[in-house]
Design a protein around this ligand. Structure first.
Ligand code: 5RP
Length: 225
């Protein structure tokens, strides 16, 4: 089954976690976008929920579908968030941020009771790190942070757009894509990155996913912590 169909199947499987009246975190990326579109269909059929988007892009998509939205200013408790991931390991530790939305995604996840990750089978890995780890940095600090992360063993690249300009996040920061190869101790690396001045947030999501729905061919595999 193609990745696209698996993404659609995983997104669809997440709908059963949604209950009327809930505040729902709306993830970012192509799999989460499929979920938002399916949620939009349910809203059109009468489902009453409010969404909190994790990126400008997801907000615009949700608005275009008529999904009622709220903000973290108004509501600090989110029942369920449905989001994607770039990699998922057997302990449900994630790499996120391939789409550049890791900061708001992690903030929303931290306010969420049930974080549901939807993924195609290509995202399931034995060890995190083949996918470059995104690290969001204050621009002022980016060279210094890049040097420190390189000293931890990564090849570090500033994320750029096709025309060569740096990619700018929704919070106006830059992203360093850090190629570690296999990350043997994600918990330790997460701690090291969090302690670096100038790092706003990193894409290791540890202890945050409650359920991961992996679409593998015609099957949905449900993983729980
Ligand atoms: C965005 C993310 C996405 O969830 C992640 O990149 C997966 O994207 P996709 O569903 O398009 O494969 O973390 O910041």
């Amino acid at each position: 089954m193609a990745n696209d169909e698996e993404k659609e199947a995983a997104a669809r499987a997440s709908l059963r976690f949604i209950q009327p009246g809930q505040v729902i975190g709306l993830g970012s990326g192509s799999t989460a976008a499929r979920f938002i579109k399916l949620l939009g269909e349910e809203v059109r059929k009468g489902l009453r929920i409010r969404g909190i988007p994790t990126s400008v892009r997801s907000r615009e998509l949700a608005e275009s579908l008529g999904i009622p939205l709220t903000t973290l200013d108004e509501c600090q408790e989110i029942a369920v968030t449905v989001d994607g991931a770039d990699e998922v390991d057997p302990q449900l530790r994630l790499i996120k941020g391939g789409g550049g939305a890791l900061l708001r995604e992690k903030i929303v996840a931290s306010a969420t009771r049930q974080e549901i990750i939807v993924a195609d089978a290509s995202k399931q890995v034995a060890t995190l790190g083949k996918f470059p780890l995104p690290v969001e940095v204050i621009r002022f600090s980016q060279a210094l942070v890049a040097k420190k992360i390189a000293a931890l063993g990564a090849h570090v690249e500033l994320r750029t757009l096709s025309e060569g300009k740096p990619y700018v996040t929704d919070e106006n920061n830059h992203i360093l894509d850090c190629h570690f190869g296999a990350i043997q101790d994600p918990d330790k690396l997460a701690q090291q990155l969090s302690e670096m001045p100038g790092v706003v947030e990193h894409g290791l999501f540890i202890g945050m996913a409650s359920v991961v729905l992996v679409a593998r061919g015609n099957e949905i595999v449900e993983l729980r912590r």
